[in-house]
Design a protein around this ligand. Structure first.
Ligand code: OSB
Ligand code: MG
Length: 367
């Protein structure tokens, strides 16, 4: 790929309002922007979306920064990189840390598509020209008010963060506003085996799906619940690799899978999980990480693949940000976003704003 340099920027972007889940809050979003430059000066961008504290996965933005700087970037044999998928192979000796690896790979995917003068969606075999959108409601959101705003954009799915044992109240509030909204709830692993009877009762709400009731790694309890539930279960935190997806499908732990590029270690692994789910008749959707437009653009390309038949966490830039890192910002119209046709991720980076939100920088000349 003729890569000449890698730049890392540690940034901090203020959210419009706090994003709350039972496990943790996001207010100032720390991210790492990865830029890959080739010998002709073309630039590709990716993003590490680990959080500041380990409330969602053990990996954090601090561990990712250390590992990228001290281990991952120095380990990759840059002159031998012929394709973005080589990165995962060269780093295969290092366990976990999927988000650090995914951010690095993402910069190469954008660059690779630009080198080939193709959109990222075309490069990975995307077939959709528009993708369906969905939006998440945090615990601190005033449900009635935000739904009124989101309805105007036409979102096709509402994902509710919930407090333990208070699902019914949240669902009730949404249905007071509108009866027909497609609702799912995300439990972020807060339940245990003793809660099985309680969770079974949630069938009566006829939800689109219930996401990750039990902790990551517990394929057995998810199987037990899915077995008695009409409502589809969806796995998020449990799926860190293709092997995890294979296990979930073989055990019938869920009927739906949420694919996040960052959680599975990159676009290459995300595509492999998509392909497996397609041949196994498991519908998938693309999960979000309260991320900047750079990740959102990668997510839009991923969600343009055929198997993404359920609206994901694909929302407008304005859902989280007063101002985004990309130009133009992501806009939702009639519940859809356009898949860009321009080379790479198809959005320009707002260099001035990127500089403004940058706290620390590191640069590596690799060729
Ligand atoms: O479970 O998907 C999750 C945010 C923080 C931690 C975990 C999760 C989330 C989201 C974000 O739901 C959704 C989005 O970015 O649109
Ligand atoms: Mg989730």
């Amino acid at each position: 790929m003729n890569i000449a340099a890698i730049h890392l920027r540690r940034i901090e972007m203020p959210l419009k309002k706090p994003f709350d889940t039972h496990a943790g809050q996001v207010l100032n979003r720390e991210l790492i922007i990865v830029e890959a430059v080739d010998i002709e000066g073309r630039r590709g961008f990716g993003e590490v979306t680990a959080f500041s504290t380990p409330f969602y996965t053990a990996e954090t933005i601090h561990t990712a920064w250390e590992l990228l700087n001290k281990v991952f970037i120095p380990t990759v044999e840059w002159h031998k990189v012929a394709h973005p998928s080589n990165i995962a192979v060269m780093l295969a000796g290092y366990q976990g840390n999927e988000m650090a690896k995914a951010g690095l790979e993402a910069a190469l995917w954008d660059l690779c598509a630009k080198q080939k003068m193709k959109s990222l969606s075309d490069l990975i075999g995307g077939t959709r020209r528009q993708v369906d959108t969905g939006v998440v409601l945090s615990l601190s959101d005033d449900i009635g008010k935000v739904i009124e705003d989101y309805q105007k954009e036409g979102y096709r799915r509402y994902k509710l963060k919930v407090e333990k044992y208070k699902e019914a109240q949240a669902i009730q509030k949404v249905s007071e506003y509108s009866q027909e909204l497609p609702i799912m709830i995300d439990m972020n692993g807060m339940y245990e085996e003793k809660d099985l009877p309680y969770l079974e009762e949630l069938d009566s709400h006829e939800l689109m799906m219930i996401e990750q009731p039990f902790r990551a790694g517990d394929f057995f309890l998810h199987q037990q619940l899915q077995n008695v539930l009409k409502t589809p279960l969806c796995l998020d935190e449990s799926i860190r690799s293709l092997a995890d997806a294979e296990q979930a499908i073989r055990m019938k732990s869920s009927r739906v899978i949420n694919i996040k590029i960052s959680r599975v270690g990159g676009m290459t692994e995300a595509m492999a999980i998509h392909d497996l789910c397609r041949t196994s008749d498991i519908p998938v959707w693309c999960g979000g990480m309260v991320e900047s437009g750079i990740s959102r653009a990668h997510n839009i390309a991923l969600a343009s693949l055929e198997g993404f038949s359920i609206p994901g966490d694909i929302s407008a830039s304005s859902r989280f940000w007063e101002k985004d890192l990309i130009v133009p910002e992501v806009k939702v119209k009639k519940g859809k976003v356009e898949v860009p046709a321009e080379p790479g991720i198809g959005f320009e980076i707002d260099g001035e704003y990127l500089q403004y939100v940058t706290r620390v920088e590191a640069a590596f000349q690799v060729n």
